[in-house]
Design a protein around this ligand. Structure first.
Ligand code: KG4
Ligand code: ZN
Length: 459
């Protein structure tokens, strides 16, 4: 069954619908909705809702009392968290697949799915226990529905639907990259839309203007690999310990090296846009490793001090250029973003690679030079986590973007609404790249376009 068959979707806060079909009525003191439709009606509907008009029925003063469970399984971390509407993090649990990463040198979808399936129940249970609540205290469940590996996404979505149906809870489908950006608003309460965001992870390198929740313009993306992938491969080829993923290992080793010693060239100098490329830098790293006769199969812990120092020089030089590429693109993106939205005051930097201190320090300088402010979540909220999903769920819930509880049992052949390839927004005209436009097949319409269409159909 194809995960791209989204038309028979299940979680569909973003689906197109002429009129809200469902009506929530909220109790005054708790923020738990009660459903005005009968279960019979529920199952007879196609499960496609966009309930913005009904949000007015929620008691506004009780918004802070929302308690949302967030579930994240889009890649190699099984994560869950419980967050309150006022931003209080009640719990956060992450189970990473470090051993699999070490074994396979990357994410193997089938193995990752298996690991998620084993971890999901205990991770969610621990998140609820640590928050000192039970499912019946929840106001809603938020879950990542894309982008990501469909086999992995499915595990989280199934779990979320199970809880939502058993406890009669609304469910919110979350865009993983929107969550990376929006979690910055939990950290920095002054952070208002619009803002500029650089989202850097294992699979994505995005520069976006966040006009509003669910409204994004993509200034740039990678034409091949993301920066996190380049960190991971560099770590592997240098024989580093991948148990915390490659990035932290390269960062640590880079501290020992001379960042000017290996002359890597900065990618895409000749392209005056905001797109990224890390495939060429990866090749440069591989060639440098080969030319120095470094054998990555020998772990760094057992090599001579000379070999170690040679590896450290490569790590430091790679990191310098990888970050320089970010700096150059951010400089241009700030210019473009201020043309589009002159009121922008912040650059948000998030995603796993934003945990890197050099990334944070260098981008802080770029931002200051341009009289903006950097907002970078703490490392535990930069790498994949359940808090960002719960918080994005809360933000969407407040906008009325959620679905009603699913029916109790999904049939065996149920088609889940999973969106493995799902852009955040449309490309800014000046940022288009031929290379990427060739690869648009099987892409879900962007989050922004789906929300816009829903809003238009509502009015
Ligand atoms: O956002 P994330 O946790 O998962 C994805 O959505 O991909 O990002 C994971 C990526 C990995 O490639 C990892 O090596 C990288 O983030 N990463 C880092 C650091 N911590 C994690 N890269 C560089 N420096 C770090 N300290
Ligand atoms: Zn991520």
């Amino acid at each position: 069954m194809s995960s791209l068959q989204t038309l028979s979707s299940t979680i569909s806060r973003l689906s197109l619908l002429r009129k809200p079909l469902f009506c929530y009525t909220f109790k005054q003191r708790t923020t738990r909705p009660t459903w005005s439709s009968s279960p019979l009606k529920l199952s007879s509907l196609s499960n496609r809702f966009f309930c913005s008009k009904n949000y007015g029925q929620i008691n506004m003063s009780s918004k802070d009392d929302l308690i949302v469970l967030g579930i994240e399984t889009s890649c190699d971390d099984t994560a869950a968290a419980v967050v309150r509407g006022n931003g209080e993090i009640l719990s956060q649990v992450v189970s990473s697949q470090a051993d699999l990463l070490v074994q396979y040198g990357g994410v193997a979808p089938k193995m990752a799915e298996e690991a998620h399936s084993q971890a999901i129940d205990p991770v969610v249970r621990e998140a609820l226990d640590k928050a000192n609540i039970t499912e019946s205290d929840l106001s809603a469940v938020a879950v990542t529905i894309g982008p990501g590996l469909s086999l992995c996404l499915r595990v989280g979505v199934q779990k979320a639907r199970k809880i939502a149906s058993c406890f009669n809870l609304p469910i919110i489908g979350v865009h993983h990259m929107e969550a990376h950006a929006v979690v910055a608003r939990l950290i920095e309460r002054e952070l208002q839309f619009p803002f500029l965001a650089l989202l850097i992870s294992g699979g994505h390198n995005l520069l976006i203007v966040a006009h509003n929740l669910g409204q994004y313009t993509q200034l740039g993306t990678t034409i091949d690999d993301a920066i996190g992938e380049a960190f991971d491969k560099t770590a592997k080829w240098l024989g580093l310990d991948m148990s915390r993923s490659g990035g932290p290992a390269v960062e640590e080793l880079a501290l020992e090296g001379d960042a000017e010693s290996v002359k890597f060239s900065t990618p895409m100098k000749q392209h005056k846009d905001c797109n990224f490329s890390y495939a060429g830098l990866k090749t440069q790293v591989r060639l440098a490793i080969e030319s120095r006769n470094i054998d990555g199969k020998i772990p760094i812990s057992s090599v001579s001090s000379q070999d170690r120092s040679s590896r450290a020089d490569i790590a430091a030089s790679f990191q310098r250029v990888a970050v320089l590429h970010l700096e150059e693109r951010c400089e241009r993106a700030i210019e473009w973003a201020l043309n589009i939205e002159p009121s922008i005051k912040h650059l948000v930097v998030s995603g796993g690679v934003a945990s890197n201190k050099t990334v944070r320090d260098r981008l802080d300088q770029v931002v200051k030079k341009n009289n903006l402010q950097l907002v970078c979540p703490p490392p535990s909220l930069c790498t994949d986590n359940g808090v960002m999903v719960a918080w994005t769920g809360i933000e969407n819930f407040r906008m009325g973007r959620y679905d009603p509880p699913p029916p109790v049992d999904d049939p065996e052949d149920f088609l889940y609404d999973l969106r493995p390839r799902w852009p955040l927004g449309e490309e800014y005209a000046e940022g288009r790249s031929e290379a990427r436009s060739m690869r648009k097949a099987r892409m879900h319409p962007s989050l922004t376009s789906v929300i816009q269409a829903s809003v238009q159909q509502q009015s």
